[in-house]
Design a protein around this ligand. Structure first.
Ligand code: ADP
Length: 211
C-alpha cells in the first residue's frame, strides 16, 4: 500500500532527475547518478509504490506530480472499517449496571453495546455512563442498564464498507470513543463490530509503516 514515506537523499535525487527529464528509463537515471541499474532498482520500486513515480513499459519513469500530502489523502481514502474493526462486546438491556461494570473490566473495553432479546442494538454504555450511575444512590446490582444507557435512535453507527476517515470524523463530531459496526435487517440493527480510537490509531501506524 502507498503512503507518504520519508525519502532518502538518493530517492530525492532520483525524483529531481525524473521531474526534469521524464519520461526517462532506469538505465538513463542510473547513468546520471553513476550507479548501476541494479543498485537503483529498490529506490525506483519504492518511489513507484509510494505513488511519486509512474512507470510505463518501454517509455520509462515519469513524475506523477503528486505531493506527499496528496498521496496520504489518497491512501487514507482506501482504509475501510472492515479491515480495522474489532470484535464488539455486547450485553443484554436487562443486565444490572454492576454486571456491566464487571463485563467492561473482564473484556477490557471502554464501550459496551446494548441489545434486546432479538440481539438488536438498543443502546450504548460508556465508562462515564457507568461511573455516573455508580456515584448515585441507586442499587447497582438491580438497576438495569437500559435506564442509564444512551439509547436508540441517538446512537451513532457505521457499516463495514464505510471509510475509516468518516468514522474518525463522527467520533470527533459527537465527542465519543467508539462506534458500533452494524448490519441493517428488517427488524433493526445487528451489531457486527466495533471501531474505537485505538483502531484508528492502529490504522495511522499501518499507514506510516507503508503496510
Ligand atoms: P466516556 O463517557 O467514557 O468518555 P464516550 O466519550 O464514548 O466515553 O461517551 C460519551 C457519551 O456518549 C456517553 O454518555 C455514551 O453513552 C455516549 N456514546 C458513546 N458512544 C456512542 C455512540 N456510538 N452513539 C451515541 N452515543 C454514544
Amino acid at each position: 500500500m502507498v503512503s507518504t514515506i520519508e525519502l532518502n537523499k538518493r530517492q530525492e535525487r532520483i525524483l529531481e532527475i525524473v521531474k526534469d527529464n521524464g519520461p526517462i528509463t532506469g538505465e538513463q537515471i542510473a547513468e546520471r547518478l553513476n550507479l548501476t541499474r541494479a543498485t537503483l532498482r529498490p529506490d525506483l520500486a519504492i518511489l513507484t509504490m509510494a505513488g511519486y513515480l509512474d512507470a510505463r513499459p518501454r517509455v520509462g519513469y515519469f513524475y506523477t506530480g503528486k505531493s506527499g500530502v496528496q498521496l496520504l489523502t489518497e491512501n487514507l481514502k482506501k482504509l475501510y472499517v472492515k479491515d480495522y474493526q474489532s470484535i464488539p462486546v455486547v450485553v443484554n438491556e436487562n443486565i444490572a449496571v454492576y454486571d456491566a461494570i464487571v463485563t467492561m473490566f473482564l473484556e477490557d473495553v471502554g464501550t459496551l453495546f446494548v441489545v434486546d432479546g432479538q440481539n438488536l442494538l438498543v443502546g450504548v454504555l460508556s465508562r462515564k455512563d457507568l461511573l455516573r450511575a455508580s456515584i448515585g444512590k441507586q442499587e447497582l446490582t438491580t438497576l438495569p442498564v437500559n435506564i442509564i444507557m444512551t439509547r436508540m435512535p441517538n446512537i451513532t453507527m457505521c457499516e463495514k464498507e464505510d471509510l475509516l476517515i468518516d468514522v474518525a470524523s463522527k467520533l470527533i463530531d459527537k465527542q465519543i470513543d467508539a462506534l458500533p459496526v452494524v448490519k441493517e435487517t428488517d427488524k433493526g440493527f445487528e451489531v457486527i463490530g466495533r471501531v474505537t480510537k485505538t483502531n484508528l490509531t492502529k490504522a495511522l501506524v499501518a499507514l506510516a509503516k507503508n503496510e
